[in-house]
Design a protein around this ligand. Sequence first.
Ligand SMILES: [Zn+2]
Length: 126
Amino acid sequence: MEHTTQARKVPEKRACCECGKGFDITDPHRQHSKRFCCDAHAQAFANRQTTRGKVMAAATLAWRGKRGGGEVGKAALAELCAMADQFNDEDRKAKRPPVADYFASLAGQGYRFVDRQRRSGNAKAA
Ligand SMILES: [Zn+2]
């Protein structure tokens, strides 16, 4: 399909990753990154992810560090699953879209954390 300036002006409809409400993306420069209907919802999503990430980080690193084996690796995975189940349940009860939709959006654009680290120069050379 040929891309033209005129084609980019047509608003694209998306569902907000926080509230699920549909919204139009009219700015062609933000079409690939905009996932929220407003700044307040983007901030609410980010704050919740930060809070959840802090409590999941140690268990994630322990699980991966032990390659899922041994008492610590197995306990870490069990804790991770319990936390993930609780957080997904909280989202369902709050009628928020599944975080899996947000992740799929990132993955669909080829986004990977390690790639962002390389671009910013934060990754250490192997
Ligand atoms: Zn929203």
